[in-house]
Design a binder for this molecule. Structure first.
Ligand code: FES
Length: 349
């Protein structure tokens, strides 16, 4: 198995974690510096990041991983602070929407000061492409976070920029003070706040469309909101290549497997010495496949970050959902949550 392993990290992980509790490959330690409520449900976390962390392009996000009851939980959050804060103090800020019914975000409000967290490298390609062209930013809800990072990081303003920020009143507009201060000191930046409780969506959209002298458009907010704004801009004659929007979350979009279809493959899961014959859906992860058979493999993040779903592949080939990379056919360790079946498989849970 050792010889088949493309990376030795998975193989030696239990040993490494025994020597160095909390170690997660590919993640970086970050210490919580402060928490501050921005609105009733938006919590601003300031963290000091490890010196090994390589920085970010404003607009990018990280995956934050915390441990709760022995299980690692991960969620992506956009960085909302300026590049200057990281460069001068090695700190970044995350403005997190706390969903009281969620599994992860309520835990953020309970973190003790100086708690150690884990963050991934910065990811994503949502960033300000050409600051020398007039730009319109359109944001709603927590979609303001990457937009704020881009605007607050800008040092040399070269062209007019308008931010249309749609929210349920100023009291529900996270990061508003910093953006208002920016609008006061930077004549090329205009902030337009729209209160969704009093201004109907159609009237607000008319205003956006009436003001399309801009050459670049950046959208960030709930998926349905972004789709509506995109449609309105395209219908108003904006070329879709001028519109960029955040694809929030961990990329799980490796090159498609040309052979893959909805068909199934036969396989076996081995649990406690018992071999269970299964039919594996090629489009689903092995974690989902196992769960459909009522098996309950250990998992944490479900996006390939925490390594809690690592188990032994006895034989067969899998594809990494993120990168499209194919494994070998022999025995090795794999992450169930980011592996899809390619051939018949035997997996020891
Ligand atoms: S569940 Fe976290 S890596 Fe698979």
């Amino acid at each position: 198995m050792l010889a088949n392993q493309p990376s030795l990290t998975l193989y030696f992980l239990p040993l490494i974690q025994r020597l160095w509790p909390g170690f997660l490959p590919g993640l970086y330690r970050a210490r919580l510096v402060s928490q501050q409520w921005q609105t009733t449900d938006m919590l601003l976390l300031t963290v000091k990041v490890s010196e090994r962390w390589t920085g970010f392009v404003p607009g990018q996000h990280i995956v934050l991983t915390i441990k709760n009851n022995g299980r690692y939980l991960s969620r992506p959050f956009s960085i909302c602070s300026s590049l200057k804060l990281w460069q001068s103090q090695q700190q970044i800020q995350l403005c997190c929407k706390v969903n009281a019914m969620g599994e992860v975000t309520p835990l953020l409000a309970q973190l003790a000061n100086a708690s150690m967290l884990n963050i991934s490298l910065a990811q994503g390609d949502f960033h300000w492409q050409q600051p020398d062209l007039p730009a319109m930013f359109i944001a709603a809800g927590s979609g303001i976070t990457p937009v704020a990072a881009m605007l607050l990081s800008q040092r040399h303003w070269l062209a007019p920029v308008t931010l249309h920020y749609r929210c349920r009143g100023a009291e529900n507009a996270a990061l508003l003070t910093a953006l208002q201060q920016l609008a006061t000191r930077q004549p090329l930046f205009q902030l337009q706040l729209s209160d969704s409780r009093v201004e109907p969506a159609a009237a607000w959209q008319q205003q956006l469309i009436a003001d399309i002298s801009h050459q670049q458009f950046y959208l960030c907010g709930p998926a349905a909101f972004m789709q509506q704004q995109r449609n309105a801009l395209v219908n108003a004659g904006i070329n879709s290549t001028a519109i960029r929007q955040e694809q929030f979350g961990v990329a799980m979009s490796g090159p498609a497997d040309p052979e893959a279809d909805a068909s199934t493959l036969s396989g076996h899961f081995i649990r406690a010495g018992t071999r269970i014959a299964v039919s594996l859906n090629r489009q689903q992860s092995l974690l989902q496949n196992a769960e459909q058979y009522g098996l309950t493999p250990r998992f944490g993040c479900r996006v390939g970050v925490c390594f809690q779903c690592v188990c032994d592949k006895v034989s067969g080939q899998v594809r990494d959902i993120r990168s499209g990379d194919l494994s070998g056919h022999g025995a090795e360790q794999i992450q169930l949550c980011v592996s899809q079946p390619v051939t018949e498989l035997v997996i020891k849970l």
